[in-house]
Write a protein that binds this ligand. Structure first.
Ligand SMILES: [Fe+2]
Ligand SMILES: [Fe+2]
Length: 460
């Protein structure tokens, strides 16, 4: 065995020639001298395999018939040990059987017959080197791809871990922020309570007035579909709508409106602006401040402080105006007597359109009924259809047996309504009995008693 290694690094893939005849090996060496290949020589199959163990071989060019291991046997081993190496067969016996075996067992790239044609042999070896380089490059790229895929998988799993950690950290931060937000919200509510307490200290009557106005405003807002932050702003403004009265002398506050002088009236009318000034230094109360400012504007114009009208007045202010006026009607200051709900509502209705937004007054009516029923201790009673009277007020919807809504709860029975219910009752036996609220103190009067705020509903 020998090696010819001219102008080549020992790492360059080599052409290995295997033949038991020394003169053939030297002829081959001569053929490839100057071709730029590193050439290795082996005189038998065993030597060739031991070379393969230690060196990178691109092509194995072997004789077919050799003592010991045959060329076909050698190529079978080469295929297993060094699959990239291109296998070529060189033989003097150009028989079909030998060619078939070489192809089937050794998977040879070329089968060359001795004596060879030199240009053909050189060309075949050059092609074999090209094939080797293409396959080696292909293998290198496949390995690189696998390696990079592995790296990507690693990065991906590290990224997932990182995202998981970041998500957990964001969730922690969110929880922390929520805690801080709740704390801030608590501080904010405390601020409102402080204002209300100041108002209470100054004038307990004003404070209970503010609480009632807040309840009524919340009820109206609900009927008008106001919710979320807008509702919250309205509630705060309703609670603090008269906070500006802290800056008004007691002597003026305690006088009934009709007893005020012109100057005293002007001073009193400053309370919406004083109230707005009072809260506007707190950023979150600015919107509420605007509602406070306009709670004495008139729907048709001419109110104070800005004499604006209609929908230019913020809806929240229009709601507070109605709730406020209704409460003042029910609890007139300095007059020494209570006004009935009917009178208060009548008064409100007479000013609807001029002082108050009709839509808001309508939304107040069910509140008035509810409050009145609570106040006068009304109870729900069942009455036969024949006892229905004009003026009764329905508590629940009147529905036919087939589920058709005849009259909505809260409606006052008119002659038309009574007629309609009676007509339906004639053809629908399930409507034999309805329920109404009746005042406890008039229970002896029966359903025909003072039913100012009675409510009625169909049985079942
Ligand atoms: Fe006011
Ligand atoms: Fe008020």
């Amino acid at each position: 065995m020998g090696q010819v290694d001219r102008d080549h690094s020992s790492n360059d893939p080599a052409l290995m020639c295997v033949d038991d005849e020394a003169n053939v090996l030297s002829s081959l060496l001569r053929v490839f001298d100057g071709e730029g290949y590193r050439v290795l020589l082996a005189s038998n199959g065993e030597d060739a395999l031991s070379v393969l163990e230690r060196q990178e071989v691109a092509i194995v060019l072997t004789d077919l018939n050799m003592p010991g291991m045959s060329g076909i046997e050698l190529l079978k081993h080469v295929k297993t040990k060094s699959p990239l190496a291109v296998r070529m067969m060189l033989t003097a016996e150009a028989d079909l059987e030998a060619a078939m075996q070489a192809i089937n067992y050794g998977e040879v790239f070329r089968f060359i017959v001795k004596p060879w044609c030199e240009p053909e042999l050189k060309n075949a070896v050059a092609q074999a080197f090209n094939l080797y380089h293409v396959c080696a490059e292909n293998q290198r790229l496949t390995e690189l791809t696998l390696e990079q895929n592995k790296l990507l998988e690693d990065w991906n799993s590290r990224l997932k871990e990182e995202v998981k950690k970041q998500t957990a950290s964001i969730l922690d931060k969110n929880q922390e922020l929520e805690g801080l937000y709740r704390q801030l919200e608590g501080n904010f509510v405390d601020t409102i309570k402080t204002f209300a307490a100041l108002l209470d200290m100054h004038d307990p009557e004003t404070c209970s007035h503010s609480r009632r106005v807040t309840r009524a405003s919340r009820f109206i807002a609900d009927k008008l579909g106001i919710e979320g932050e807008e509702l919250r702003t309205l509630e705060i403004a309703a609670m603090l709508h008269d906070v500006g009265k802290i800056g008004i002398p007691d002597t003026i506050l305690r006088k009934p409106p009709y007893a005020l002088t012109r100057i005293e009236k002007e001073i009193l009318q400053k309370h919406p602006v004083l109230g707005e000034n009072c809260v506007q230094s707190i950023t979150r109360l600015c919107d509420a401040g605007r509602l406070i400012r306009h709670h004495h504007e008139h729907f048709a114009g001419g109110g104070y402080p800005d004499r604006i009208s209609g929908e230019v007045i913020p809806l929240g202010s229009r709601i507070i105006a109605v709730a406020d006026a209704f409460d003042r009607e029910l609890h007139p200051q300095g007059q020494g007597h209570e006004v009935s709900v009917r009178e208060a509502l009548k008064q409100m209705r007479s000013q609807t359109g001029s002082l108050f937004d009709p839509r808001v007054v309508n939304a107040l009516i069910p509140f008035v009924y509810e409050e009145s029923n609570k106040a006068n201790g009304s109870v729900e009673v069942g009455i036969p259809i024949s006892s229905l009277k004009v003026g009764m007020v329905l508590t629940r919807n009147v529905v036919t047996g087939s589920g058709i809504l005849l009259i909505a709860k809260g409606e006052t029975l008119t002659p038309v309504y009574v007629e309609r219910i009676k007509n339906y009752a004639r053809i629908d036996p399930s409507m034999a009995k309805l329920y109404i609220y009746q005042r406890m103190n008039n229970a002896d009067d029966g359903p025909e008693g003072d039913n100012v705020l009675l409510e009625v509903e169909k049985d079942g």
